[in-house]
Design a protein around this ligand. Structure first.
Ligand code: HPA
Length: 273
């Protein structure tokens, strides 16, 4: 099925506007306040943050495509929070490694902004570089290193990324759990995991987490004027730091084991936004 974002003459912000208008129509919610992308291990948060008003098949919305990864769901949910706010949950992340280009990767974030959301919560599963982190540890993202060699920003728009992962929102998260650690997330293209040498490179560059998402989405969120909260679930020690090979099954299992705990944590944070 063709995707309008694949046409290089198409206008990604217009397609995001169209997507947002259809979400408003299908959900009956004119405006959303908060948006969440729930990555590996975080999906249960959608059931905990409030009452689902509407669950929309993402493939019916312009610009979205079906996810390729087991454990990711192609549903966009509109959720009513008990404080009267509305959250949009994007279960349909498109990864850069799928090779469909960066416009598709950030379309969910741009659509969320077009629905009115001012806060973007980006979550993922990631490898960790700190040996003190156990698989299942949630880590706040304090900053990122973009190793994809691309940007979602088109044209000469010099977006400031100084406080990309909002200090205010990290502080707020710590009012729920004072023990939350934080780290710098390095986004690789993937889909292969990193080599041990690449993990050491990240360590020397000041990174603490490695993964295949989030940085490009965070840039697009900031470009759209949103405040960003980033969370990694540390599912494994990164390649060469743990003593056995990495496997997707191990990553999924760590996600499953931590899911209830970290989803409840995220729901408590969302309630405070
Ligand atoms: N590397 C990249 N992505 C990941 C990892 C990792 O070690 N674990 C979960 N996602």
């Amino acid at each position: 099925m063709s995707n309008p974002l694949d046409d290089s003459n198409s206008k990604p912000f217009e397609i995001a506007q169209q997507a947002a208008a259809l979400i408003a129509e299908k959900s009956g919610v004119a405006q959303h306040d908060i948006a969440l992308t729930l990555g590996s291990g975080w999906a249960k948060a959608a059931d905990l943050i409030g009452e689902t008003v509407s669950a929309i098949d993402a493939t019916e919305i312009p610009g979205f495509s079906a996810p390729v990864v087991e454990g990711h769901v192609a549903t966009i949910r509109s959720i009513a929070l008990s404080n009267g706010k509305h959250a949009l949950v994007l279960g349909a992340r498109t990864h850069f490694y799928e090779g469909h280009g960066v416009r598709r990767v950030v379309h969910g974030v741009r659509t969320a902004a077009a629905t009115g959301a001012k806060t973007m919560i980006l979550t993922n599963g990631a490898g960790g570089l700190k040996p003190s982190w156990q698989p299942g540890t949630p880590v706040l993202i304090s900053d990122h290193i973009n190793l994809t060699a691309t940007s979602p920003v088109e044209g000469a728009n010099f977006v400031d990324l100084t406080d990309l992962y909002s200090q205010r929102l990290r502080d707020l998260a710590r009012t729920v759990d004072a023990q939350l650690d934080e780290g710098v997330y390095a986004q690789f293209r993937g889909p292969h995991y990193e080599t041990p040498a690449e993990v050491q490179m990240v360590k020397h560059m000041g990174g603490h987490l490695v993964g295949m998402s989030t940085a490009l989405e965070a840039i697009a969120a900031r470009e759209a004027g949103m405040e960003v909260l980033g969370f990694s679930l540390m599912t494994n020690l990164a390649a060469g730091i743990q003593d056995h090979p990495l496997s997707h099954a191990e990553v999924l299992e760590a996600g499953r084991a931590a899911e209830s705990r970290i989803s409840a944590l995220l729901a408590q944070i969302v309630a405070k936004l």
